[in-house]
Each structure stands twice: as structure tokens, then as C-alpha cells.
Design a protein around this ligand. Structure first.
Ligand SMILES: NC(=O)c1ccc[n+]([C@@H]2O[C@H](COP(=O)([O-])OP(=O)(O)OC[C@H]3O[C@@H](n4cnc5c(N)ncnc54)[C@H](O)[C@@H]3O)[C@@H](O)[C@H]2O)c1
Length: 377
């Protein structure tokens, strides 16, 4: 082989780095910007925030990448492949649509939009522009969550008896959203990822409270049933003194317990007694069995930063055509449909509200991924 031939094949083997900017430089945006900057697939070329001081502060931490105060200015001045959006809820729609209409690929870490209708509009816009809109929770890239999905899929748990999810935070109510839209999305995204049919409830009940009189619910409960009638209960609380992000999936044979905040043993498989030959009345938590780590697997204990890095890699794969571009949107739309049903139910004092409605044209939106249904009646 001539020397120039090996150079040519090397050029083909290493794709150019894609160029990204991050819009919204709060805690989420800062995390995404760091993930892009550290990624071998990406070059972080700018940050942008309506608060220029905030953008400048982040820029200083990231090798002084240029900072902008408005997305239009960013798009005019910088050559970009993709924009990661991490603005406040109300600004999501405007910033995402601006980026899509400019022909840029877009990443939104859960939540996609502040309504299902706007989420659908964004998905349709991405499709008509022929660009990728990736809306995913970083938590769904957690190897422990991936592992949880495999265990549920394997039916090792037996029949699911119930699911309990808990997401609590310290601190006061968010300025632009109640606790349902603030804290539920991550838990719902993980549930959607783990359940074989995704989030597909027929009816959702929600109860909330505002004990400090902030003007919006700070404590909430969301309740629905799986297709086999097993109850799912999500507890969310912005006023807690204890931060938590957990999921327990109890089956007739085994129970899975995931805790996002435990660095070691993030995922445990618990034997309620039946496998050890014990009667069902044995103490429920008596025999925790740690999931065996296989040599070729990523350790289940990972930090959020690593999950965001996986999110950035996934976007690069989608853009380079290694994944189906339309598929990332369906889980985000399912999460939005559950949140809207919860909002309707809350207004009706917990009366169950239908979680989803068929799209207006009767068509299933593009790319429902591996989940079997997006819309149920
Ligand atoms: N923090 C969490 O726990 C959490 C969890 C899940 C999802 N998210 C999502 O991530 C996003 C950001 O969360 P955060 O906690 O970093 O929020 P944040 O409020 O700390 O930061 C949002 C930033 O966006 C900027 N911004 C608002 N409108 C803008 C616009 N039009 N153009 C440019 N910048 C604009 C604000 O100035 C602010 O700096 C939210 O949409 C939220 O739903 C956050």
C-alpha cells in the first residue's frame, strides 16, 4: 500500500468533530457544556444565556469560548452543527424552534417542552427540516437504568406487583413550573425507558399541595396503573429536607431498587424470600442480593456527568446517521402526555384523566422507538 493510501483511509476513519453551542447556562446547561467540551465527538464553540453575566461566568470556566446573550446573535455569528438547549421552561419552545428553523440539530435534556402540543410541533419541525431533535433524560443513559431495563425485559422479577418512585429536592418552588413539571420528568423518563411498553397509562390521578402558599404545588403525588393493573405511585416534593431520586419495582419473584444518588450499589436486586425457600412472610428486606457485575460491563456506579457525556455521544451518533433520527422524540412525548394528564387531574381534585390522545391526523408520530405504543385510547 502506498503511503498516501493509508492517509486517505485514516481521513475516512476519523469523522470531523461536530460543533455545538449550549443555550441556557444554569446548572443543566453548565453540565451539558462540560460534557460537550470533554467529548471526542464535539467541539464546544459557544455558550449563550439571556443573562450575559451568567454566560460569561461559564465561558471563563470553559477556555473562554465566546458567549452570547441571545440565540439569534449566536446563530448569526457562529458556525454550528447543533445547539443544546437548557433554558427555563417558558423559553424552551422559542429557543428550540429558532434553532430548528435555522437548520441546526437540537438536544434538549428532559423536559422537551412546556406542553404536549408544543412538543409535537417541535418534533414535526425537526422532521420537516431534516434535522435531529434529541430529547432525552440523561438518567436514561445511566448504566444502572439500562441494566434495570434488561432485568425487567428478562421477566426475572415475575409479574410486576407495584412500582414506587420518589423524587424529592430541597429548596423552594420554581418560578415557572409546579412540582409536577419540575420534578416528575426525570422519574417518568426512567420509567418510560424501563417499562416494556413505555409509559402508556389509560388514566392518571394527581394530588398536590402548597403548604407554604407559594402559589403553586410544591408537594405532589401521581398515580396510575400498568396494563396488568399494578399500581404506580410517584411522590414528588420540592420542600423536602432530603434529596432523593429512587425507583422500586416489586415483582412476584424479585424486586429491583434503583437509587440515583447512591454512588456504589446504585441498583439492587432484592429477594423477598421466595427464592431462598423462605415463606412469603419472611422479612421483606432481609436478603438483599447485589447484582453481579460482569467484567465487560460499565460499573453501575456512575456520575451524572458521565450520563451527560453519553447523551452528547448519542446526539453525535444520531447526526452521523448511526441511529434513527426520528426515534428519540417518542419517549419525551409520552412523558409530556402523562404530565398534562396529571395537570388536568390535579385541577379535578385527583379524578383520573386520560393520559394520551390520538394525534390529530390519526397517525402515530415518527419513530416510536422500541416501545410498542405511544397513543392509547
Ligand atoms: N435542575 C433540574 O433539576 C432539572 C431537572 C430536569 C430538567 N431540567 C431542565 O433543564 C432546564 C434548565 O434547568 P436549570 O436548573 O439549569 O435552570 P436554570 O433556571 O438554573 O437555568 C436556565 C437558564 O436559562 C436562561 N434563559 C432563559 N431564557 C433564555 C433564552 N430565551 N435564551 C437564553 N437563555 C435563557 C436563564 O437566564 C437561566 O440562566 C429546564 O428546562 C429544566 O426543565 C432541570
Amino acid at each position: 500500500m502506498e503511503p498516501w493510501e493509508s492517509t486517505v483511509s485514516l481521513v475516512h476513519a476519523v469523522p470531523r468533530k461536530l460543533r455545538a453551542a449550549v443555550v441556557g447556562t444554569g446548572s443543566r446547561g453548565a453540565g451539558l457544556a462540560k460534557a460537550f467540551q470533554a467529548s471526542p465527538d464535539w467541539e464546544l464553540v459557544a455558550v449563550c444565556d439571556a443573562d450575559p453575566l451568567r454566560a460569561a461566568r461559564l465561558s471563563r470556566k470553559l477556555d473562554d469560548v465566546p458567549s452570547f446573550a441571545a440565540i439569534d446573535e449566536l446563530l448569526d455569528c457562529v458556525e454550528l452543527d447543533a445547539v443544546a438547549i437548557a433554558t427555563s421552561h417558558r423559553a424552551l419552545y422559542g429557543t428550540v424552534m429558532t434553532a430548528l428553523r435555522a437548520g441546526k440539530h437540537v438536544l434538549v435534556e428532559e423536559l422537551l417542552a412546556d406542553s404536549l402540543e408544543r412538543g409535537r410541533e417541535m418534533a414535526a419541525e425537526a422532521e420537516s427540516e431534516g434535522v435531529v431533535l434529541l430529547a432525552k433524560s440523561a438518567a436514561s443513559f445511566d448504566p444502572a437504568v439500562q441494566r434495570m431495563q434488561k432485568v425487567v425485559d428478562s421477566e426475572a422479577l415475575g409479574e410486576i406487583l407495584f412500582i414506587e418512585a420518589r423524587r424529592t429536592e430541597t429548596g423552594l418552588a420554581q418560578a415557572d413550573r409546579d412540582v409536577f413539571w419540575d420534578l416528575s420528568p426525570d422519574s417518568l423518563a426512567v420509567l418510560d425507558h424501563v417499562l416494556p411498553d413505555g409509559l402508556n397509562p389509560r388514566g392518571v390521578s394527581a394530588f398536590g399541595g402548597d403548604p407554604l402558599g407559594t402559589g403553586r404545588d410544591c408537594v405532589g403525588h401521581v398515580y396510575f396503573r400498568l396494563p396488568n393493573d399494578a399500581p404506580v405511585h410517584l411522590h414528588i416534593n420540592r420542600l423536602s429536607h432530603v434529596k432523593s431520586h429512587r425507583l422500586v419495582i416489586a415483582g412476584t419473584r424479585l424486586t429491583l431498587a434503583w437509587d440515583a444518588l447512591v454512588v456504589q450499589e446504585r441498583l439492587r436486586l432484592l429477594n423477598p424470600g421466595l427464592l431462598g425457600g423462605q415463606p412469603r412472610t419472611a422479612p421483606y428486606w432481609a436478603e438483599p442480593i447485589l447484582l453481579q457485575q460482569q467484567d465487560d460491563e460499565v460499573p453501575v456506579s456512575v456520575l451524572d456527568a458521565e450520563n451527560r457525556a453519553r447523551l452528547a455521544t448519542e446526539l453525535a451518533h444520531c447526526i452521523r446517521g448511526q441511529r434513527k433520527a426520528g426515534s428519540p422524540n417518542a419517549p419525551a412525548l409520552r412523558v409530556l402526555s402523562v404530565l398534562e394528564a396529571a395537570t388536568r387531574s390535579r385541577a379535578l381534585d385527583g379524578q383520573a384523566s386520560a393520559a394520551v390522545a390520538p394525534p390529530p391526523d390519526g397517525q402515530e408520530p415518527a419513530g416510536t422507538g422500541h416501545k410498542s405504543t405511544l397513543w392509547s385510547t
